[in-house]
Design a protein around this ligand. Structure first.
Ligand code: NAG
Ligand code: NAG
Ligand code: NAG
Ligand code: NAG
Ligand code: NAG
Ligand code: NAG
Ligand code: NAG
Ligand code: NAG
Ligand code: NAG
Length: 616
């Protein structure tokens, strides 16, 4: 934004300068001198094209006509291009000589001269000076041999050259760009790449408007040595379509060394790399297997001790064309003479009684591959199971039936069968633990339609015996009878209380009388369905009697019987005799009294206590 304003300011100055000149013209004397011409010539030269080192002089010649004798001050100005390169003020009328000793390319250009007298200037025509020939630069390098990565310093000398010089260095004809300038002619740089580097330099004389380019310097050869690794040459043949088992020739050589480190090896593993070389050089990728890692399998899912088993070892993938008809051979480890080879890769024999690990190896063309570890866990077969119940098997109630095989590898599956129908199944995972089944008993007699089976594999299950437990029927009825009949019981006689009952023996029977139902009169245990209690009664035994029958299931009480103990027979007989005696006595006494009253009124009265003997 300021630029236009400034230029308008300059425009404003012009009229002022013009008016000043006009004024000075008017104020000065009438013309005192006249500058006829100014000429510039190169002295002593046939032409303005000169060789380097020529001594050149410029003569500035002015013809000045003066009207007076007074010496005028002359100002000479020499221009190269538009720049003033020399001023001289003199009162002499001699020509000005401007010397360019030993001219150089840097002196090339258009020269002019001007003379100014009393502010009045006259300028010569331009004369062009062309100097040919530049000094050939000389290259020097501080080292002759370097190792890769090391820097060198190159110096380019332009002897006797003047002016502004611009140097450049070339390494194998490519300009060095990534160097560090120490001075305008010294460069430090790192040569790129191993081998010989031919280095030269040149320079430019920055002469406006046409810079001049020097010739190439001498060429210096710099040897750049690589570090040892970079000189290693690894050759592998063949390097593709390699199968494991193939022979590879690998040569490792140091370049320009006559010694080869040769090795021939067979790669056994995919993508195996060779020692330290692989990280610097390459990884050999062997993607093709000759045969795959074998798999070892056993014939049965479950193996019992001493079972016949067969082990099969097999490589699933084979490269038939590379095997060239050779077949894989399989071997079993550890060697076991019980396992007999039956065909290639099949081994038949009896299972051991303990856990056992097998592996197998497939081999061909010198390559061996080992299989997975196959662990055989031979099972102990189940023994014949035992069956039993806990406690009593009571009709109508639950009972727990147990089933156990003393030996057998868990898990064992126990099945309860009732009359050849599967009833319940349970799996026991612990060793030597019985299975339990809860059933409700609804049949009398024996539980002999129950049995159980045990199984721990795909073998025929082992059968138990039939359960032999008798069913306990609860006591249902108890009834009491008395012999003799209730009416015929009298003191001194023997009474038999007969308690009959229904329920599984052994039955414990207790007899009670109502007046003391805590203390049984008698306790008997019997296997029969009735039992007696016999005792001799007296009249205190008159009471209600009952019995209680009890077995493993429950107890029941009988009906009650009222036993009334009657008087003894002799007593019964005694009473009528007594009455007769008394009556006859009374009659006798009455007769006596009657006869006596007629004779003296004498009366006899019998003792009253005797009347208490009368049966109530
Ligand atoms: C020439 O003279 C002028 C004024 O007298 C001065 O400004 C200039 O610097 C001089 N140039 C040289 C190259 O001496
Ligand atoms: C540089 O290497 C050359 C062989 O390449 C050898 O002859 C010369 O002696 C070496 N110079 C130095 C300074 O190591
Ligand atoms: C490997 O080297 C041996 C001996 O130098 C040569 O006989 C064989 O042909 C070479 N094999 C390959 C695949 O280069
Ligand atoms: C190795 O020797 C060959 C000639 O046998 C040569 O052309 C090459 O330049 C040498 N290489 C190096 C790095 O010295
Ligand atoms: C090697 O080859 C396999 C199969 O061709 C490929 O998946 C794998 O990337 C390769 N590895 C290298 C390091 O080249
Ligand atoms: C079988 O091999 C397994 C590991 O694979 C090991 O834990 C076990 O102890 C071995 N058994 C026998 C009987 O050698
Ligand atoms: C019956 O077996 C079950 C599970 O198998 C167990 O939890 C329970 O304690 C067993 N009962 C008896 C009486 O053994
Ligand atoms: C016992 O019960 C089973 C069913 O739980 C039934 O089939 C059978 O007839 C019953 N037996 C008796 C004697 O009630
Ligand atoms: C008691 O057992 C006998 C045989 O020992 C039998 O004849 C009688 O019927 C049974 N009485 C009852 C009530 O079951």
């Amino acid at each position: 934004h300021q630029e236009p304003r400034r230029s308008s300011d300059r425009m404003g100055l012009l009229p002022l300068i013009t008016s000043t000149l006009l004024f000075s013209c008017k104020a000065s004397h009438p013309l005192l001198f006249k500058q006829e011409m100014v000429d510039l010539i190169f002295t002593n030269l046939p032409s303005a094209d000169v060789e380097r080192n020529t001594n050149v002089a410029l003569r500035c010649k002015a013809e000045v006509l003066t009207s007076g004798t007074e010496a005028l001050n002359r100002v000479y100005t020499v221009y190269k291009g538009e720049s003033v390169i020399y001023n001289k003020t003199t009162s002499s009328s001699e020509d000005l000589l401007y010397r360019l000793p030993q001219a150089r390319v840097s002196n090339n250009g258009k020269y002019k001269c001007a003379i100014t007298i009393m502010g009045k200037a006259k300028t010569s025509e331009a004369a062009t000076l062309t100097v040919t020939g530049m000094s050939t630069p000389v290259l020097r390098i501080n080292k002759a041999n370097v190792t890769e990565g090391e820097s060198v310093t190159a110096t380019c000398l332009a002897q006797g050259e003047t002016g502004s010089l611009l140097f450049s260095f070339h390494d194998n004809s490519k300009e060095v760009e990534n160097g560090e300038w120490l001075t305008s002619s010294r460069l430090t740089f790192v040569p790129k790449g191993v081998g010989n580097h031919n280095i030269h330099c040149s320079y430019l004389v920055l002469n406006m408007p046409y810079p001049s380019k020097s010739q190439q310097s001498n060429t210096v050869t710099l040897a750049v040595e690589g570090t040892l690794d970079l000189f290693i040459v690894l050759k592998i043949s063949p390097h593709d379509n390699v199968y494991e088992g193939d022979t590879l020739n690998i040569t490792c050589s140091v370049s320009n060394s006559t010694k080869d480190y040769f090795t021939s090896l067979r790669p056994f593993h995919i993508s195996r790399c060779f020692q330290r070389m692989c990280d610097k050089l390459f990884v050999l990728n062997l993607s093709t297997e000759l045969f795959s890692v074998p798999t070892l399998r056993v014939s049965a899912v479950e193996v019992f001790q001493e079972d016949e088993i067969s082990l099969t070892c097999r490589s699933e993938k084979l490269s038939y064309d590379r095997l060239e008809g050779e077949s894989l051979t399989y071997s079993l480890e550890p060697f076991d003479y019980h396992m007999v080879r039956k065909g290639n890769g099949v081994f038949v024999g009896k299972a051991k009684t303990i856990d056992f690990n097998y592996t197998c190896t497939a081999a061909a063309k010198g390559i061996k591959k080992k299989s997975n570890v196959l662990t055989i866990h031979p099972k102990v077969p189940v023994s014949t199971p035992k069956i039993w119940v806990s406690g009593s098997a009571i009709l109508g109630r639950k009972v727990v039936i147990f089933c156990l095989s003393d030996t057998g590898t868990p898990p064992i599956t126990y099945t309860l069968w009732k009359a050849s129908k599967q009833n319940q199944i349970t799996v026991v995972h612990e060793f030597n633990k019985a299975a339990n089944f809860t059933v409700v008993i609804n049949e009398t007699g024996r539980l002999n339609h129950y049995l159980c089976t045990a199984s721990n594999g795909d073998r025929t299950p082992e059968l138990s015996h039939k359960l032999q437990t008798a069913v306990v029927e609860p006591m249902t009825i108890a009834s009491l009878m008395v012999v003799p009949d209730v009416g015929d019981i009298s003191e001194g006689h023997s009474v038999i209380l007969i308690c009959s009952f229904l329920g599984t023996p052994p039955v414990t029977v207790k007899w009670f009388r109502d007046s003391d139902d805590l203390n049984p009169l008698e306790t008997t245990t019997t296997n029969s369905n009735n039992t007696n209690y016999e005792f001799v009664v007296n009249r205190e035994h008159t009471d209600n009697y009952y019995c209680r029958a009890e077995n493993r299931a429950n107890s029941v009480e009988s009906n009650k019987i009222n036993v009334v103990v009657g008087m003894a027979m002799w007593k019964k007989l005694l009473i009528p005799g007594t009455i007769i005696l008394v009556v006859s006595s009374l009659v006798m006494m009455g007769f006596i009294l009657f006869t006596r009253s007629r004779r003296g009124r004498d009366i006899y009265s019998p003792p009253e206590t005797q009347a208490t003997y009368i049966f109530k």
